[in-house]
Ligand binder design. Sequence first.
Ligand code: BGC
Ligand code: ZN
Length: 369
Amino acid sequence: MSMRAVAVYPSQRQVRIIDHPEPKIESTKQARMRMLEVGICGTDKEIVSFDYGIPPEGCDYLVIGHESLGEVVEVGPGVSKVKPGDLVVPTVRRPCPHPDCVACRQGRQDFCYTGDFMERGIKQRHGYMTELVVEEERYLNPVPASLREVAVLVEPLTIAEKALAQLWDIQKRLPWITPGDGRGRNVVVLGAGPVGLLGAMALTVAGFNVTVYSRSASHEDRDDIVSAMGANYIAAETHDVEQMANAVGRIDVVYEAVGASSLAFEVVKHLSPNGVFIFTGVPGRKGPIPVDTDLIMRDMVLNNQIVYGTVNAPPECFATAIRDMGAFVERWSDAVKRIVTGRYPIENALEHLSGKGGGIKNVITISHE
Ligand code: BGC
Ligand code: ZN
């Protein structure tokens, strides 16, 4: 039996909808899912431009898709965490094989040391933009049915959740900060794409005063979504970085979600004492740019500042993302739903993967209930 899947053939520089063999449960701890929705992100766009992405060993194509929502249809006899009918969001990264990678050996492949991890839909493992998927139960995160409409946003939200978990760990260095409580502190979110907007929501739920600074070519509903959550929206078209920083006041945290390094290093100069700058964007490699490194290093030392990058997320962060998503829906149901600007059938996947469609988050609907 075969099923439809969206696949990239890097060696032929082609992206096609193909017939792909249906996966079967092969061990007692596996579950089979019917995929409902798969989101498209910047990583997918890079993969279909052949800048990123590696097919599984011995296969000339990679089935793409890593932001997903599935419904369990069948479980192996050893599965207890999920049952048929449950909604689930699977994690993306799988451990490297090296015995001395302590991170992977402890199930924290999001911190893999060797780089030999695999990622579903990205690196050496087929992804989720297809009809049926089989996975180990430990990689599945159950989602309440009440989140059906927004659960496809859980995976991109896990980026903010992992960033926040680390932020609280780092700020334990300041004894007056209560982990989890951002009240009275200002955060600037750079970028109003899905990662920026979802990050802004998570930061708002944590109590921070949030300002989203964006130079989105089209503002679409982005500023409305930001105001709905009670955060400020500042457009780069009307405020340069200096003016934005003056409007915000003390910048305790920057959550970068655009992948534009020149902008990031401009903003770093405005970080407050004891401030933290979080990178989540992956810039495309352009030429080198001039940056005043003496000034930045001097400020960082004299102000006890921290800059860190963060990628991927462990199951704990999927759990907090699912919990926060529930809080978002309770508070700003409309705004969260508006992050998904379009849902399209698999036949239209190619045009949206190429980025021609516009919108904030485009989602491929694989099957309906
Ligand atoms: C995914 C991560 C992945 C990263 C790098 C992101 O788009 O959300 O799970 O680790 O790309 O491949
Ligand atoms: Zn590893």
